[in-house]
Design a protein around this ligand. Structure first.
Ligand code: FAD
Ligand code: UDP
Length: 398
C-alpha cells in the first residue's frame, strides 16, 4: 500500500490516461480493473476467425483536441479512416428513388442526413430545389438539429423535417432509448444533425482515425510504465469501506491515505443506497461470415425497421486484410437492470435521473480522497476524446 501515491479504479480511457499522466509526473499509481482486460469499453481483440473486433461496440476515434491527439499518438500510429454511415430503409416512395439506389425493395442515403440524402429521398430535381430552400432558410449555419428543423413554420421545410424525423430519427431513437426524440436529452439527437452540405462523413473533427494496431495495444503501451501497476479482475470496492466523511481501508479501519480516482458507476460505489441510476445497455450479436465483405460502409443504420439499430462491419474500420472472412455486429438496445453480465453503456440523461445522480455526488463530495472521472462516474454521454481531455486535466490538478 505504502508503495503507491494514488489509486485508480478502472483501466478505460479515464483510468489509463490519468495513470500515465500521473506516472510521468513521478507518482506511483495502482490501477484496479474489475474486468479481465484493460481498455474499458474501447477494448478490441481477435475473434475466433482472426478478425479484429470491438467487444463493446464499434469505436471510432475523432477529436478536435490537438493535445489529446498528441498524447494518444505517443502510444499508437493511426490508420487514416473517416467513418461514413448510411441509412438502410424500406422503400416507401418508389417513384422518386433513382434506379441505382434500389435494392431488394430497400434504399439508402447518407447519415447524417445531408443535401445528397435529400436527393435520394425526393429525387434529383426536387431534392436540389429543397436543398436550396434549406440553404436559404439557414444561411449562416452548416448544420441544423432535427428538433430545430421541426420548429420551422415554412410548410415545405416542415415537410422535410417530417421526412427526416420519420426516416432517420423517430424509430431509431425509439429502439435506442425507448423514447421519442423530443422526450430525450436534446444533446443526444444533436450529435447527428441535418447537414446543410454534401459532407457525408459521420464526424467532422480535425483528427480522425483508428489505432493502427488496435485500441488494446495502445492502452498496453500507455500503461507500460515503471510507476504503474495494473491489477486485473480486481474490484477496488473490496479494499474499501465507506464512512460519511471518509473512505477507510477494509479491515484496517484506517483512512485511505491516497487519492482515489474512481471511473465506475457512482451508484454502485455507494452500494445503490439511493437506488439504481438508470442506464441503457446493449446486446451485441456478432456474426462471422465466409465472405470478403458484407456491406458497403463501416456502419449501416436501420433507421426505420428491424429490432437492431445498426450493423457494423469491423474490417471497414480497421482496414484488416483478411480475405474470405468478415465479422459484423448488430446492436440491440434495452434497459439495464443491473445483472452482473450486463454493462451500463448509456446514462439516461433527464432531470429526474440527474437529481438522483446529484444525491450520490453529494455523498462523494464529502469524501476528501475521492475524484470522479469518466462516462460512468460522471453519468454523462462523453466520447473517448472528451474523457481523455478530462483525464489530462485531472492529472494536472492532482
Ligand atoms: P469505460 O471505458 O467504461 O471504463 C471504465 C472501466 O472501469 C471499466 O473497464 C470497468 O470495468 C472499470 N470499473 C468500473 N467499476 C470498477 C471498480 N469498482 N473497480 C475496478 N474497476 C472498475 N466514443 C467515441 O469517441 N467514438 C466512438 O465511436 C464511440 N463508440 C461507442 C460505441 C458504444 C456502443 C458505446 C457504448 C460507447 C462509445 N463511445 C465512443 C464512448 C466510449 O466508449 C467512452 O467515451 C469511453 O469508453 C469512456 O471511457 P471511461 O474510462 O469513462 O469508461
Ligand atoms: N440517431 C437516430 N438515427 C440515426 C443515428 C442517430 O435517431 O440514424 C439518434 C439516436 O437518438 C441516437 C443519437 O442520435 O441515440 C446519437 O447517435 P450516435 O450515432 O451519436 O450514437 P452512439 O454512436 O453514441 O450510439
Amino acid at each position: 500500500m505504502e508503495r503507491f501515491d494514488i489509486w485508480i479504479a478502472g483501466a478505460g480511457y479515464a483510468g489509463a490516461v490519468t495513470a500515465r499522466a500521473l506516472a510521468e509526473k513521478g507518482k506511483r499509481v495502482r490501477v484496479f480493473e474489475r474486468r479481465d482486460h484493460i481498455a474499458g469499453n474501447a477494448y478490441d481483440c481477435l475473434d475466433e476467425a482472426g478478425v479484429l473486433i470491438h467487444k463493446y461496440g464499434p469505436h471510432i476515434f475523432h477529436t478536435n483536441n490537438k493535445a489529446v491527439f498528441d498524447f494518444l499518438s505517443r502510444f499508437t500510429q493511426w490508420r487514416r479512416y473517416q467513418h461514413r454511415v448510411i441509412a438502410n430503409i424500406p422503400r416507401d416512395n418508389p417513384e422518386v428513388v433513382p434506379a441505382h439506389k434500389k435494392t431488394d425493395g430497400r434504399f439508402f442515403f447518407p447519415v447524417p442526413f445531408n443535401l445528397d440524402s435529400l436527393k435520394n429521398a425526393f429525387g434529383e430535381q426536387e431534392g436540389e430545389r429543397l436543398g436550396q430552400k434549406l440553404l436559404d432558410a439557414y444561411p449562416a449555419q452548416s448544420q441544423v438539429t432535427i428538433l430545430e428543423l421541426r420548429q420551422n413554420p415554412d410548410p415545405e421545410i416542415a415537410a422535410i423535417a417530417d421526412y427526416v424525423y420519420e426516416h432517420v430519427f423517430v424509430h431509431y431513437t425509439m429502439k435506442q432509448w425507448g423514447q421519442k426524440p423530443e422526450d430525450i436529452d436534446p444533446a443526444t439527437t444533436a450529435r447527428v444533425p441535418v447537414r446543410l452540405s454534401r459532407d457525408d462523413r459521420y464526424f467532422q473533427d480535425a483528427y480522425q482515425g483508428m489505432p493502427a494496431e488496435g485500441y488494446t495495444k495502445m492502452f498496453e503501451r500507455m500503461l507500460d510504465h515503471p510507476n504503474i501497476e495494473v491489477l486485473l479482475n480486481t474490484d477496488v470496492r473490496q479494499y474499501l469501506s465507506l464512512e460519511e466523511y471518509d473512505i477507510l481501508l477494509q479491515g484496517a479501519g484506517l483512512p485511505l491515505p491516497v487519492p482515489l480516482v474512481y471511473t465506475g458507476p457512482l451508484d454502485e460505489f455507494f452500494g445503490l443506497c439511493y437506488g439504481r441510476l438508470p442506464y441503457r445497455t446493449l446486446d451485441f450479436n456478432f456474426e462471422t461470415l465466409s465472405q470478403d465483405c458484407f456491406q458497403t460502409h463501416g456502419t449501416v443504420n436501420y433507421t426505420v425497421d428491424q429490432d437492431f439499430t445498426r450493423i457494423t462491419e469491423f474490417k471497414h474500420l480497421t482496414g484488416q486484410d483478411l480475405p474470405g472472412v468478415t465479422t459484423i455486429v448488430k446492436e440491440y438496445s434495452r434497459p439495464y437492470i443491473g445483472d452482473p453480465r450486463e454493462t451500463p453503456y448509456y446514462a439516461i440523461i433527464n432531470p429526474e435521473n440527474n437529481a438522483l445522480y446529484a444525491k450520490y455526488k453529494a455523498e462523494a463530495d464529502k469524501k476528501p480522497q475521492l475524484h470522479l472521472l469518466g462516462r460512468l462516474a460522471e453519468y454523462k454521454y462523453y466520447n473517448m476524446d472528451a474523457i481523455a481531455a478530462r483525464a489530462l486535466d485531472l492529472a494536472e490538478r492532482l
